[in-house]
Design a protein around this ligand. Structure first.
Ligand code: B12
Ligand code: SF4
Length: 520
């Protein structure tokens, strides 16, 4: 069956990233001889007309969309539109939201035919191969006016049997225009049981690891595609040290010059490990710290101590890695005082930090046992589950208290950016600071081009002395941005081959670069 996979939109603030889930599914379908197309509505303007055009041109027999909780409403609506355009198309949804509320999804969205629960590569392959739905593990679907839930699909044990993600089906130049990293995973699973996390329930608590040689092959491939950095998206890379050493050895022995970062836990790092990682190109780690109050850490089953946090941050600093710490406000037992402790602790660590707000995602223990944990869930309006706003309260921390700390955190960010701008004006900004400023403006610029399909809608331009300058003039006006800034950004995009001019009928037509002939 011809299959269309759709990457739905979500806000810039959530770091646009090529989705590995959809790209693994696409790769498995292609490997088995099926025709697959990706419609990426994240790094382009989302319109009904575009969706309609894609459906009319490609005429898919199956449409699949992914969703986290926050963008489930828009993903569901995309499938509703697909069904309106073609009532015979089979509509499928998967990902970490619907996995844990599959039946509710089908009850509320009659236009969705199938919910895929958990890891989706082989489940989608079975669907597209036309296997009887009742015989496919990991599904919920409608039948005879009721719903059928098939048995759970066992975790994929041997990750090495999976092909590399089908990056060639995605508009890579658009992702690269953010100057952000390319993504890959080296393993799936996390043995911990933090009550606010849906990750370990998506990937399983038993860790399966990929062969280090294959990981290095994929890193090399991502680098050759032009990505300057790699984000390793494992839930917890630093769990199995032998695995990390093996990957680092591959990188070093092959002489790869790759910059990469990863998610970690403070109780899984040692000086030797971090030194090795640094040698192999790692530049940063994200530590889930969650709270500056030990009782709360114990209550949410984080199983770490504040002492360990301090040690792990110090180790990262000593080995030259940038540690970013991540906190959650509104956890069970939270009060104004405990949030203040988290905030003070984050600042004392003297390393970059981020604050999110508790969102009780379906499938998490904190949602399933909300009452037991003293959590009041204020809304099930899923679009509000972006973990940046208050959707729960505790007896000791209402919305106002949480927002107060959150505002303080946002003010810190604003102050930091203002300070950098002042330093830049006075010529006192460090190289690292300059790089941050440049990156921020590159990303914002890329986003404004992409979200309005600016390049696609531009049409041909007169041939002038310097085509990039002509394009800059036009875009500066259209985007209301300073000409010098637009010119600088476009010069970079063109030099990287991300934007390409072509002369057509005596005029210049700009388009996004296509490193693969069949790229979206
Ligand atoms: C890496 C990562 C990120 C990266 C990249 C995200 C991306 N879009 O690629 C960054 C840092 C950008 C990010 C951002 C966010 N993330 Co995040 N992220 C992860 C992480 C650690 C791994 C995701 C991953 O790549 N897995 C590997 C791939 C292969 O698996 P997968 O994506 O789950 O896909 C498989 C299945 O889900 C299924 N599937 C998925 N889609 C589809 C579609 C179809 C049709 C089918 C059949 C099957 C299917 O099959 C796939 C292949 O097996 C997960 C934790 C986890 N283990 O799930 C959290 C996680 C997904 N993130 C989460 C959240 C909340 C966010 C943010 C909202 C940030 C925030 N404010 O907290 C944003 C939302 C961005 C978005 N829309 O995805 C939550 C989602 C929970 C929920 N129910 O919403 C998770 C589960 C972590 C958690 N807190 O519990 N994230
Ligand atoms: S928060 Fe991190 S350590 Fe805890 S269960 Fe989730 S992935 Fe594992």
């Amino acid at each position: 069956m011809r299959t269309l996979l759709i990457n739905p939109p979500y806000p810039f603030t959530e770091w646009p990233n090529m989705p590995l889930g959809l790209s693994y599914i696409a790769a498995v379908l292609e490997k088995n001889g099926f025709e697959v197309k990706v419609l990426d509505l994240l790094v382009s303007q989302y319109s009904e007309e575009k969706l309609h055009r894609c459906m009319a041109e490609f005429r898919p027999e199956v449409v699949g969309v992914t969703a986290v909780t926050m963008n489930y409403p828009v993903s569901s609506n995309i499938l509703k539109l697909c069904k309106t355009f073609d009532e015979n198309v089979i509509t499928v949804i998967g990902g970490p939201h619907v996995t844990f509320c599959a039946e509710q999804t089908l009850r509320e969205a009659p236009w969705i035919d199938i919910v895929v629960r958990g890891q989706g590569e082989y489940t989608m392959l079975d669907i597209v191969s036309g296997k009887k739905l009742a015989e496919i593990e990991g599904l919920v679907f409608r039948e005879d006016g009721g719903m059928v839930t098939t048995s759970n699909r066992p975790w994929t044990e041997n990750l090495d049997e999976l092909p590399f993600p089908a990056r060639h089906l995605f508009p890579l130049s658009k992702y690269r225009a953010f100057n952000a990293g390319g993504a890959l995973i080296t393993g799936r699973g996390c043995p911990f049981n933090c009550i606010f996390c849906a990750g370990h329930r998506m990937t399983g608590r038993r860790v399966r690891l990929r062969n280090a040689k294959l990981v290095a092959d994929e890193m090399q491939m991502v680098q050759e595609l032009g990505f300057k950095e790699i984000n390793i998206e494992d839930d917890l890379l630093t769990l199995n040290h032998a695995h990390v050493y093996a990957i680092c050895d591959e990188i070093v022995n092959r002489g790869l010059k790759i910059k990469w970062n990863a998610f970690s836990r403070v109780d899984t790092v040692t000086r030797e490990l971090l030194t090795k990682m640094k040698q192999a190109g790692c530049f940063g780690l994200v530590y889930g710290v969650e709270s500056g109050n030990q009782e709360i850490l114990d209550r949410v089953k984080k199983k770490i101590t504040l002492k360990k946090v301090r040690q792990a941050v110090a180790l990262a600093k000593e080995t030259g890695l940038k540690a970013v710490t991540s906190f959650i406000l509104g956890l069970p037992g939270e009060t104004r005082d405990t949030m203040r402790q988290s905030y003070d602790f984050a600042r004392q660590l003297d390393t970059p930090y981020g604050f999110h707000v508790l969102a009780p995602f379906p499938g998490t223990e904190v949602r399933d046992k909300a009452e037991e944990y003293g959590i009041t869930v204020l809304t099930n309006e899923w679009s509000k589950y972006d973990a940046n706003r208050v959707v729960t309260t505790t007896p000791g921390a209402g919305a106002k208290e949480v927002e107060q700390i959150l505002h303080q955190y946002y003010n810190d960010i604003r102050r930091y950016i203002r300070h950098q701008k002042e330093q830049e004006r006075e010529g006192e900004l460090s190289d690292e600071g300059m790089q941050e400023v440049r990156l921020r403006s590159e990303r914002r610029f890329a986003w404004s081009l992409l979200k309005s399909d600016c390049i696609e809608n531009l049409g041909p331009l007169e041939i002038g002395e310097r085509p990039t300058k002509d394009l800059a003039l036009r875009l500066a006006e259209r985007l209301s941005l300073p000409l010098h800034q637009v010119d600088e950004q476009l010069t970079w995009l063109e030099a990287e081959g991300l934007l390409v001019p072509q002369v057509v009928d005596g005029r210049v037509l700009w388009s996004w670069g296509r490193p693969f002939p069949n790229e979206a």
